[in-house]
Design a protein around this ligand. Structure first.
Ligand code: 1HE
Length: 263
């Protein structure tokens, strides 16, 4: 049964069993991220019920997210600008390093801070109307929501440099080719695909999901010897859990699904 958890007028939160769906709900401003929306995301991700095993992040209307709410910049001092970025980092870290994986369902503009937000999620699904851009250069500003780190890790800093300098906008297929999205669906079907993936992810062992979303990024940052040791430790922890034993036995006893190609 779907439960509405709304505490925020600009962010719709629905929980349906193990799947939470959080939808930016400011279509008249193309889901631009005001500080209030960013705070709402942080609070929502902090307060989802313990039963949630996976979340979908989406945006209402024809565009996923137009990035930073530019109307908030005009009055901001340098010191406030730093605080502003750290508020975003806090919220986006809750998404990237939370208890469960997050899938992003995208359409239309995924630009500036919208791309920074999407890059803090673990699995990204774009429909064919989606396009990606970093118009900070044109606006006279810089990435400030973690994108220099997160988007650079996805696509390399050279591509980020080029997108910011030239205003190069990539379409969904181009985004797929360089890792900005993992899937491209026909128009209007990103949410459907995200739900299908969410069901699959929710059926994994939660400890495996946690290791994938929280330990893998650390391993990627470590020198090889440390990375291998961290891997060995987390592998032993996950495989030692009773749930892992049961899942492995289920396969050996022919009670579990085989790995098959997907359409
Ligand atoms: C906004 C914003 C916004 C729209 N902040 N108000 N982001 C950008 O530079 C992207 C700016 N936005 C756009 O390029 C376009 O709005 C879109 C391509 C996303 C959509 O176009 P369209 O024709 O569907 O909508 P629109 O008519 O441009 O916008 C509708 C309204 O939303 C309009 O306000 P209105 O009062 O005239 O109705 C727009 O002003 C408003 N709006 N986008 C504020 N971003 C932490 S650092 C991150 C740095 C960045 O994110 S830089 C990139 C900022």
């Amino acid at each position: 049964m779907t439960q509405t958890q709304n505490q925020h007028d600009l962010l719709d939160v629905q929980v349906d069993g193990p799947i939470a769906t959080l939808t930016l709900n400011r279509p008249e401003k193309r889901n631009a991220l005001s500080l209030r929306v960013v705070e709402g995301l942080r609070q929502a991700f902090e307060s989802l019920p313990d039963t949630v095993r996976v979340a979908i992040l989406a945006g209402t209307g024809p565009h996923f997210c137009a990035g930073l709410d530019l109307s908030e910049l005009s009055e901001t001092s340098t010191a406030e600008g730093i605080q502003h970025s750290f508020k975003w980092y806090e919220a986006f870290s809750k998404i990237q390093f939370g208890r469960f994986p997050v899938i992003c369902a995208m359409q239309g503009a995924v630009v500036g801070g919208g791309l920074e937000l999407a890059s803090s999620t673990h699995v990204r699904v774009a429909d064919e109307t989606t396009y990606f851009g970093l118009p900070e250069g044109q606006r006279g500003i810089f990435l400030g929501g973690g994108g220099s780190v997160r988007v650079s890790k996805l696509i390399g800093f050279s591509r980020v440099t080029e997108m910011m300098l030239t205003g190069h906008v990539l379409n969904a297929q181009e985004g797929l080719a360089i890792n900005l999205t993992h899937y491209v669906t026909p128009a209007g079907q990103a949410m459907q695909k995200a739900r299908e993936l969410a069901e699959r992810i929710a059926s994994n062992a939660p400890l495996s999901n946690y290791a994938i979303t929280n330990v893998l990024p650390h391993i990627a940052e470590q020198p090889m010897a440390n990375g291998l040791m961290t891997e060995a430790l987390i592998a032993a922890i996950t495989q030692g859990a009773p749930e892992a034993k049961e899942r492995v036995n289920a396969f050996l006893e022919k009670r579990a699904a085989k790995v098959t190609p997907q359409s």
